[in-house]
Design a protein. Sequence first.
Length: 346
Amino acid sequence: MLTLEQLTDFCQKHEIPAFRAKQIAHAIYQEGVESFDDITTIPKPLKKLLSENLQISTVTPTAQEMSGDGSTLKILFKLPDDNTIEGVLMQFKDGRRTVCISSEVGCPLKCKFCASGTLTFKRSLTWEEMADQVIFFSRYLRRQKAEVNHVVYMGIGEPFRNYDNLMKSLKVLMDPEYIGLGARKITVSTAGMVEKIRQFADEPFQVNLALSLHAPTQELRQEIMPIALRYKLDDLMDAIRYYVDKTKRRISFEYVMLRGINDTEKCAKQLAKLVKGMLCHVNLIPYNATDIPGIEGSEKATIKRFQEILEEAGIPATTRVSLGQDISAACGQLANKAQKPFATKK
Ligand code: SF4
């Protein structure tokens, strides 16, 4: 990702008129060119100079998987240091085209049900690496005369561990110079870093927040999410109440349905009690098969009953439509396994 400032500095350093920086940025972000050679408004020597010194993107697609129904595309991206991450595009029947991006190489939080947590943690991503995943899918959709209309930070990693880079990436995604996505079309998901939730609540924008709750009690939560040992449920809920009070925005509670672990009627009642009276929404997530032993998804009927109990208690709840299960691109399944070589379709 190259910002207008970086391009302006480059032009200044090489004694190139400043208007060229704007032309280059316009070609990259408004026209979606993939290489400097494709920019029609600049002279050849400048194309050469740019190609020799700058990279349009920090992420390189190297492998892909498309779901059988064509709704979901998973891409394995190589980073400049040869580490890899995955990003996913989901095209829903209602017109939503949602990009799910990763924020770290591997995830150190090791939630027991999550395939991404089994990857060795290497490092957090730069803001450019986060934004470039979205820009990649934006270019991909442009070829189909469509555009990205939602972005979720729900791929590999915990975005709040990487707060400054997260903020910078959000700013460029919202900036009309680049992607120009509305804040309300972006959701950041956290496993529950209390101090960062409070910090996020104080930010001057309207980006959505989702909390990966996954258990209604401290005991159960710390069993399946080691992060709960550090951040107690009471403190977490206090931080969430602060977020809702401060922003007047609804919080989404993500709750993955694990057979015999967190899907009992008792759990549903405990969850209803925990979030009662809060401006919130509970999103029940059918668990997608992974290679993790001992972890299975709940039966459909169990999920239905769980949702009914929440609704009877006055808690808005839905069950997530899960796309991309057949290519391990669904929630909790990202584990850098996309295999087919990436091929650009013009
Ligand atoms: S659920 Fe999220 S926070 Fe937990 S291990 Fe997976 S990627 Fe990390």
